[in-house]
Design a protein around this ligand. Sequence first.
Ligand SMILES: [Mg+2]
Length: 133
Amino acid sequence: MSSDPAVLLDVDGVFNLARFRSSRNRDRLIREGWFHRRPSDPFAGDRLLMNLPRARAAARALVETGAELIWGTTWGAAANDYFVPLLGLPKVLRVAPVNFELSRKAYTVIPWLEGRPWAWLETRRASWRRRTR
Ligand SMILES: [Mg+2]
């Protein structure tokens, strides 16, 4: 694997704030112009609520770092379907193998990075302990 820096991107709580707003706040933000919709399968229970101008500006800034952007989200490959166009990313991103047991996301992602330098924009506190023999 590359030794170039990587930036892992979580989606929910980083770009998509649907789960982090009360319904009253959601209604207000939608009235203020935030992008919203309920995506179809496979995440029918999820909603999207995004401030697209701000999210796109953040995505542009991340692209300009020159680091490889990688999805580090339980959205998995669907992140490319939904968020590459919404964020205006220039290309689809690789998808890190995220453990769907959310408290253990880091257990699959960090070893997968094979020691390359990385940062992770993530809403969950990492719980990871290096396994030693
Ligand atoms: Mg999150």
